[in-house]
Ligand binder design. Structure first.
Ligand code: PLP
Length: 417
């Protein structure tokens, strides 16, 4: 059957090709399609739905705001909704962690937050070059795409992507090599051919790049190298932040204090577009309008973001999150095939053989579980339940995944495909 999507929607569409259902309803960890089939959601909007679909407490605030005719779009004018969000960011996120940042509201995508961060770092240092890592992903606009490792995504830009020096991420050369040795040597050697960088940009867990995890010691060394040389450290917490790894920021375990932090995806808590660039106060050097954008005043997203941050002040919420992380770790560890990747609720299973991960994702879909693949060659099955999922549903999702893995591997063994 040819659908309206086949007829009219651009060829560039992607997830829907693998999961061709038409969804009509969503709540918590469940999506329902037109036929009334339900799916457990381990895709979580690639990290934009950490609190699940239509979280009731967040939805209530959103509906109240709409019912009262609260302003929806306001450019960057002052609104009560924005004031409340700023207060909560400071009270609930920053001050308890001993962090101080200015909050830049960028255009509402992660890529936009990254572009702002690069601009700030280049302005602050007067340098152009930026260091990014193998398998990193930071968004699809040209500045952000220049930081990406993925060849296919880079090639689509149609222009040279430059002003970036690529270095090996933690583990890229095996667990015995500390790639910071190389970074440090290049930076300190006038013969290395590396232009002094404005910034080092990294993810603590590479969400799109295969769920590679940087060790806390590695992160701390990178931070020191940057700090000692006046290089701005930008942590891209767009996917790994907002509780995805078990703490609000993904760098808390390592105790980092990045100069700039980029947040998007789950910061609105509801799947509404919102992105923030958190900037060390003395680096907040862009003048009025130098990084503008029409949709920087998305008050609905401010309201839902405030409500989502409110959840973090409940000790029960963080205790439940800790438990959920342990439970998923146990389940992933107990899988008999695939190599474990990731941390917190951002986990995966690596399959060296081509296409296995994609076949598992398909088999899971037909059994009522949504999950995607990760990595430049899509070799990792990505397990990303919402943070609020109950234990029972987490088990059911993992049981389905287990069955899907067995089905794919035994079919392959039998050579029936
Ligand atoms: C998704 C993502 C981005 C880009 O965010 P968009 O909203 O798609 O522009 C940047 N960095 C990381 C780590 C991401 O996962």
């Amino acid at each position: 059957m040819v659908t309206i999507f086949d007829e009219l929607e651009s060829n560039v569409r992607t997830y829907c090709r693998r999961f061709p259902a038409v969804f009509v309803r969503a709540r918590g960890h469940v999506l329902w399609d037109q036929e009334g089939r339900s799916y457990i959601d381990f895709l979580s909007g690639a990290g934009a739905l950490n609190y699940g679909h239509n979280h009731p407490a967040i939805k209530a605030e959103l509906l109240d705001y709409l019912a009262a005719d609260g302003p929806v779009h306001t450019m960057d004018l002052h609104t009560e909704a924005k004031a409340e969000l700023l207060r909560r960011i400071d009270d609930i996120v920053l001050r308890p962690r001993g962090l101080a940042y200015r909050v830049q509201f960028t255009g509402p995508t992660g890529a936009n937050a990254i572009e702002a961060a690069l601009k700030v770092a280049r302005r602050a240092t007067g340098r152009t070059n930026v260091i990014a890592f193998t398998n990193g992903f930071h968004g699809m606009s040209l500045g952000a795409l220049a930081l990406a490792g993925n060849l296919g995504k880079r090639a689509a830009s149609g222009v040279p992507l430059d002003r970036v020096t690529r270095l090996p991420y933690d583990g890229y050369l095996g667990q015995d090599a500390d790639t910071v040795d190389y970074l440090e040597k290049l930076l300190d050697d006038p013969g290395s051919g590396i232009d002094p960088p404005a910034a080092i940009v990294l993810e603590t867990v590479q969400g799109e790049g295969g769920l590679n995890v940087a060790r806390p010691e590695w992160l701390r060394r990178v931070e020191k190298v940057a700090h000692d040389r006046g290089i701005v450290l930008i942590v891209d917490d767009i996917q790994a932040g907002c509780g995805r790894t078990g703490s609000f920021f993904s760098f808390e375990e390592a105790g980092l204090r990045p100069d700039i932090v980029c947040l998007a995806k789950s910061i609105s808590g509801y799947g509404l577009p919102l992105a923030l660039t958190l900037i060390r106060p003395d680096l907040d050097l862009l003048g009025p309008g130098e990084h503008s954008g029409t949709f920087r005043g998305h008050n609905l997203a401010f309201v839902t973001a405030s409500a989502a941050l409110g959840l973090w002040s409940s000790p029960q919420f963080t205790a439940d999150l800790d438990k959920k992380c342990l439970l998923l770790a146990e389940r992933v560890r107990a899988m008999t095939s695939g190599i474990e990747r990731g941390r917190g609720l951002l986990r995966g299973l690596f399959f060296a053989e081509d296409a296995v991960a994609a076949e598992i994702s398909l088999a899971a879909f037909s059994r009522g579980l949504l999950l995607e693949t990760s990595g430049a060659a899509n070799q990792v099955v990505k397990i990303m339940p919402p943070l609020i999922i109950d234990d029972d549903a987490l088990h059911r999702g993992m049981d389905i995944l287990d069955d899907a893995v067995q089905e794919v591997l035994s079919k392959r063994k039998a050579g029936t495909r």
